[in-house]
Design a protein. Sequence first.
Length: 133
Amino acid sequence: PKDKPYGKEPDKADCTTQDFSFDAYPNVFEYNGDTINILKVNGKNNVYKTKNLALIYLWAKEKFDKNPVPTKEIHKQCETHGCLDAANFSSMLKKIDKKYVVLKGKGKSQTIKLTAPGKTQAKKLIESLNKES
């Protein structure tokens, strides 16, 4: 699964976490200087996969100062990873714990971003996925 180009990898000083590098998470991300691919997402059903994919994607986007993110980008990621339920997509995003994300707007202009606890939860999820082979 591929995403739009992000440009060069950010300097550590530009990141919200001091120990950041996509290379530190080779089982979750593949970064080649132009694009970042999310390699895996988990969840017992599409609702959980959508929630987890949103957290992972938002965490990665934040490393490039891309927040808030249009929800249509999460929609595309879900489509790529086979967990998109288009008819219920908006309600699935609303099921993400409000302490983890902030949704603003409606329809095609809706955006989403991580809160501080959301960043922590996303990193825990990424670290857990990375330990799996």
